[in-house]
Design a protein around this ligand. Structure first.
Ligand code: PHE
Length: 357
């Protein structure tokens, strides 16, 4: 090869090397591509260096060192760039074998329990109607749970078969939320409107519709001239807001020692729309084909209770109702068995979200 041809090729390559900006290689693989382009087995500079051997001895002596130093310089620049790129790479992560590009495992989000959601919704609706929250202890005295509610000593509700009595008599686990009525009336001068959600306990055998521990919500209004009509209106608005505007309610005469008159209140069955039909011709099982579901006890506050808590029955009147929270949730969400609430099975609990209320 003529020296002039070789020299032209060398200068062209040297110019290309001079024009290369190491910082333009943004990754290690881009840098390696540059290395291969110039210094690989058939790289541009490699070819030029190979051509040296065909030059006359003098020219080889003259240009050989230049070509070698061009190579050394390029190798130096590549090595410096490589070191710079590697210093930005988290090698510890690579060595650990963790693949950060894999999708993350899903974050488990906690939820409110369906009973909590139902309770929150019930108290919210009554809150909008002007009721304030009241609470009482789960371990109650005989006075608050029975005596002051006009439940006499011989009443069957006091039977040990129904109530969990504690060793240090006369305390017991409250059998309903009604003692909160007593506690509130004892310390707050009417007029008052309260709602008290909470746990209650009964010595019931556990089955699909009974639990020894369950939730109730008590509602009490005391004022001047409050009548049964106020109770009816309040319950109608409450139930329709909670369960839908087509919900109907009906009152059946009943008895509670602390209300007079008293009623059991039924709500039109949500599952069959109050028709009692469905279930593939067998009829609606949720309401036993009646179209109605018994949901709560209610009544006008018995004057005897006012006397027991130290209020003048000539001055004050009121109404109260107590409702089972699980029962309502069971109807609203079509839950067939009360035990599902307490088994903490995530497959059940995961289905409830605040968004569904
Ligand atoms: N405390 C009653 C029960 O547990 C329900 C009730 C509350 C009835 C208030 C009337 C008034 O069954």
């Amino acid at each position: 090869m003529a020296t002039s041809d070789w020299l032209a090729a060398f200068e062209k390559t040297a110019a290309a090397i001079g024009a290369w900006e190491p910082s333009s290689a943004a990754t290690l693989s881009a840098l390696d591509a540059v290395r291969i382009d110039f210094l690989g087995r058939n790289g541009r500079l490699t070819e030029v260096l190979k051509g040296l051997k065909d030059l006359p001895l003098e020219d080889r002596k003259l240009y050989g060192p230049k070509a070698q130093s061009a190579r050394a310089e390029l190798e130096g620049r590549i090595a410096a760039r490589k070191a710079a790129l590697e210093s930005h790479r988290d090698l510890s992560l690579e060595k650990s074998g963790v693949d950060v590009t894999l999708p993350a495992s899903p974050a488990l989000r906690g939820r409110l329990h369906p009973v909590t959601l139902m309770m929150g919704e019930m108290t919210r609706v009554l809150g909008l109607m002007g009721y304030s929250l009241a609470e009482g202890p789960l371990v109650e005295t005989d006075w608050h749970n029975f005596e002051a509610l006009n439940i006499p000593a011989h009443h069957p509700a006091r039977d040990a078969h129904d109530t969990f009595y504690l060793k240090d008599l006369p305390t017991l686990l409250r059998t309903h939320t009604s003692p909160v009525q007593v506690r509130t009336m004892e310390k707050t001068k009417p007029p008052l409107k309260i709602v008290c959600p909470g746990r209650a306990f009964r010595r019931d055998a556990v089955d699909a519709s009974h639990s020894a521990v369950f939730y109730q919500m008590e509602c009490l209004a005391v004022g001047h001239g409050i009548t049964f009509a106020d109770l009816k209106g309040t319950l109608e608005v409450f139930m329709r807001t909670l369960l839908g505007s087509s919900t109907r309610i009906r009152f059946r005469p009943s008895f509670f020692p602390f209300t007079e008159p008293s009623a059991e209140v039924d709500v039109s069955c949500l599952l069959c729309g109050g028709q009692g039909s469905g279930g593939g011709g067998k009829g609606c099982s949720a309401c036993k084909q009646s179209g109605w579901v018994e949901l709560l006890g209610a009544g006008v506050v018995n004057p005897a209770v006012f006397k027991l808590v130290g209020l003048d029955p000539e001055e004050w009147t009121g109404f109260a109702f107590g409702i089972g929270i699980e029962r309502l949730a069971m109807m609203k969400y079509r839950i067939p068995d009360i035990r599902l609430f307490y088994e903490n099975d995530l497959r059940f609990l995961d289905q409830f979200d605040e968004d569904i209320l």
